[in-house]
Design a protein around this ligand. Sequence first.
Ligand code: KIV
Length: 267
Amino acid sequence: MNPSRNKISLPRFLASAAAGRRLAMVTAYDHMWAGIMDEAGVDSILVGDSLSMVVQGRSSTLPVTLDEMIYHGEMVVRAVQRALVVVDMPFMSYQVSTTEAVRNAGRIIKETGADAIKLEGGSIQAETIRAIMQADIPVMAHVGMRPQAVRQLGSMGKVQRDEQQLLADATAAEEAGAFAIVLELVPADIASRITAALSIPTIGIGAGPGCSGQVLVGPDMLGLTPDFKPKFLKHFAELRKSAVSAVQQYVAEVSEGQFPGPEHSHT
Ligand code: KIV
């Protein structure tokens, strides 16, 4: 980790939320993009297990391994001066037993230098969240749509509407010691009521404006994955289009002998 006086520690992250500042979180998976996100001033960077789909081109988040999460997490942490870095625990790294979960969470923190881990689940993971917290590892929980449960829940884009279950999950995670909770694909009115009922921040994705903060997948918000355009997503740039047209120009200039010109050549 690059220590910096500007670093957003966990207490500072929580103090910002308590002061009513809306938190901006984004995913990044490597040194270059983490540096860009950090320079842009996000409060937190998530090394999401979405890297399985976005970086590795898989069809779900299930295949990514703990070693791969650590490999990417370490690159991200080395780039970041300021943002709070959270690394996802991948599928089957915390479900088998609490002992294994604590050991794997410990590996993530020791080998990447990240500030916290995230895992999916509320009530069903309460015991695991408590055990990891007792090892002094901060835990962000994730309720609502849980991509790791795609086999159980069916389609990944399914909005979760059972308010009582969502509130019970969020409350169980808070009581177990989670410092924040991602609410994914939760109707906006339910997300607002859950946020009001909790004393820890909620970070929404597809959960409306009433959460304490928002998280988006970095390549999605930058228009690098243009075929993925769910209702909740806004493209803040169209980087794939710009990149394709830049490389097309390069191809044309090389084939026409315009590049490299004299200004790019040593004499
Ligand atoms: O893996 C991920 O990118 C996530 C976000 C969608 C919150 O968990």
